[in-house]
Write a protein of this length. Structure first.
Lengths: 367, 259
């Protein structure tokens, strides 16, 4: 058993401690990390893609890693380096547009209760790829996942990374993404956080190349005693770069959520535009919902927008649906599903989208 | 003898502490078409929202019975499942839910059965054609980006598909051009039979042209001031509500008739 008492989700600029958003620490002990023996890659490799064990590529990626931010937390990066039990180097050849999404399926179970994964995605010039990493669990007690995924989109490359987390109710999930873009490169993240007892998740994109783009579409669902900490940062380091963060979520029961969304315009990022938006539906008076949208401007000629809103279920919408024969629970379920729909539609595999919808419907049964 | 569908007696109701209905009586039998007219603010929308069970409205006295059963304690969805339908004056936009999905979910809920998908699709296609709604609307999100007229036609589509016993149309014709009113009116006529009843709130007589109206009620200042046959409509159109007098005049709540 190991304790990791460090701050795993530092906010880029600290605020008052009493707000409780400056940090996030793991509540559970980290179990002994054992082997993860299952094969996560469900599909054979396609032309234009090579997928190899990350440990064989450490030298190749070392120089690229140096350019990159550590992601949400240095402590996490060091932990993953030391304890990694799975991980891939995924390389997309120049100009290749990969039609079929690459899918990594990780499923924790009694034999494989711990996963520490470390991935590096390198998209060469003008390549395009969709990569899905799905985390599920059938652990009956204390499954543990932590991982780091790094993405490098070279000139004109487009990477869409979809991460779906449907771990079991007692599991722990700590996930960090860091990305970097060259000129006209684009990284799109669809991040769906639904399970686990404690979730600490971060995504940090450095828009290093001129005219590069970074987007994050995120969805979260807190119920029972779940704790969710989300920390997204879009750093504009080059001229005319674009970024957006869109997060939607639902909280009920005694769940707690902290959302930190930062648009950071570094000096020299003139002509850049960024926007962030978070919308949370609160379904119980006992939830704790905290949001910190941050905008840091080291450059004058930039445009930034941010909006955070929370709401109860719209009474008139509920009445409308109930007047069509839907019970209150059914109407609420439908509204929540509808709320999530635009983000679910970004999952490019229909079967997975259906699985997520069914999982959500089961969870929503006690709304 | 005609079978009684709806019976409202001595209904008093308030919104946020303000009394809107002040002792309203209304009975509707199967096979009948009732029209309610009245100046703005007289309580017309309050009445239909109360019958549907909107939580914002509070009944302070009186009763609402449907098919002999007091429904005042029933939830909105329970009333819908008994066969009461409201075509909304301002239909809600529900992003993320398609017209078809809502209708199928609603039909399952109201009939209590899982409906057969192919038969449902066929029925939906026919109903949409009769209302001249483009069939691509089935896959669009409910009322999102719909024009005012399209929203109202979508309400009538829902009425036709859910086939209620009592359909209440709250200014379904407002915001519609003359052709759209005709299409909606024809849809309502097609829906109407001896086993159901319709309650129409309107400022406009065009929607009534294809229907045989049995009763016209004038609602003013929270009460039914006068009930008559269809000829009352033309009287109102000519003279407005002002000549009817009553408490409404004293309270200064009377406006002239729109449209």
């Amino acid at each position: 058993m190991e304790k990791l008492q460090k701050n795993l989700s530092p906010i880029p600029v600290k605020t008052w401690n009493w707000l409780g958003v400056n940090s996030a620490v793991l509540e559970a002990d980290i179990p002994a990390i054992t082997d993860y023996s299952k094969q996560p890659i469900t599909k054979g490799s396609e032309k234009g893609v090579t997928i190899t064990d990350i440990r064989l590529n450490r030298d190749t990626i070392k120089f690229m890693e140096k350019k990159m931010d550590v992601g949400a937390s240095e402590a996490m990066r060091d932990f993953v380096k030391k304890n990694q039990n799975s991980g891939y180097f995924i390389e997309i050849e120049e100009g290749e547009k990969i039609g079929t999404p690459i899918i990594l399926q990780y499923d924790l179970d009694e034999e494989n209760p711990t996963l520490v994964d470390d991935h590096f995605i390198l998209a060469h010039e003008k390549s395009e790829v969709n990569i899905i990493i799905n985390y599920t669990s059938s652990c009956t007690k204390n499954g543990f996942h932590s991982g780091v995924t790094k993405v490098f989109a070279k000139r004109g490359a487009v990477v869409h990374l979809i991460k779906v987390q449907m771990l079991a109710d007692q599991d722990t999930h700590v996930d960090t993404i860091s990305a970097i873009t060259d000129e006209k490169g684009q990284v799109d993240f669809t991040l769906i956080e639904l399970g686990a007892l404690q979730t600490i998740t971060g995504c940090r994109t450095q828009l290093v190349g001129k005219n590069s783009t970074g987007t994050i579409h995120s969805l979260y669902f807190g119920d029972q005693n779940r704790k969710i900490d989300i920390n997204y940062v879009q750093t504009h380091q080059a001229r005319e770069s674009l970024s957006s963060i869109e997060a939607r979520g639902v909280l009920l029961d005694h769940s707690q959520k902290v959302f930190k969304g930062t648009l950071d315009f570094i000096k020299g990022s003139s002509g850049s535009k960024g926007k962030e938006e978070e919308y949370t539906v609160l379904l119980s008076p006992t939830v704790r919902n905290r949001s910190t949208p941050l905008m840091l401007c080291g450059e004058d000629a930039v445009e930034g927008q941010h909006a955070v809103s929370t709401g109860k279920m719209d009474e008139n919408k509920l009445f409308y649906l109930m007047s069509r024969g839907l019970s209150e629970v059914e109407a609420k379920k439908l509204i929540i599903e509808a709320e999530f729909q635009p983000i679910l539609e970004k999952v490019p595999v229909i079967e997975l989208r259906d699985t997520i919808s069914m999982y959500l419907r089961r969870r929503l049964n006690h709304v | 003898m005609a079978e009684k569908l709806l019976a409202i007696h001595g209904l008093h109701a308030a919104v946020e502490g303000k009394e809107i209905l002040k002792g309203l009586n209304l009975e509707i039998n199967k096979g009948e078409v009732h029209v309610i007219m009245g100046p703005n603010g007289s309580g017309k929308s309050t009445l239909v929202n109360l019958i549907m069970g909107h939580p914002k409205y509070e009944i302070t006295a009186g009763s609402i019975a449907f098919e002999g059963e007091d429904i005042t304690a029933l939830k909105t969805y329970e009333r819908a499942r008994k066969g009461i339908f409201l075509s909304f004056q301002n239909p809600e936009e529900i992003p993320g839910i398609t017209v078809e999905n809502l209708l199928r979910t609603a039909k399952n809920a109201i009939t209590g059965e899982t409906i057969k998908i192919m038969a449902f699709k066929k029925e939906l296609k026919q109903a949409m054609e009769s209302l001249k709604i483009d069939n691509t609307y089935a896959a669009r999100h409910v009322n999102v980006g719909f024009s005012g007229g399209e929203k109202k036609r979508n309400e009538i589509l829902q009425m036709m598909m859910l086939n209620p016993q009592l359909a209440m149309l709250d200014e379904t014709d407002s915001g519609l051009d003359i052709d759209a009113v005709r299409i909606v009116s024809s849809g309502v006529k097609h829906f109407k039979n001896e086993q159901n009843a319709i309650l129409i709130i309107t400022h406009n007589t065009k929607i009534l042209e294809q229907l045989d109206v049995d009763y016209v009620h004038i609602l003013m200042n929270g009460k039914i001031l006068q009930t008559g046959d269809a000829s009352l409509i033309s009287q109102i159109n000519e003279n407005g509500f002002l000549h009817l007098g009553g408490d409404a005049l004293d309270s200064g709540e009377v406006n002239t008739l729109h449209g």
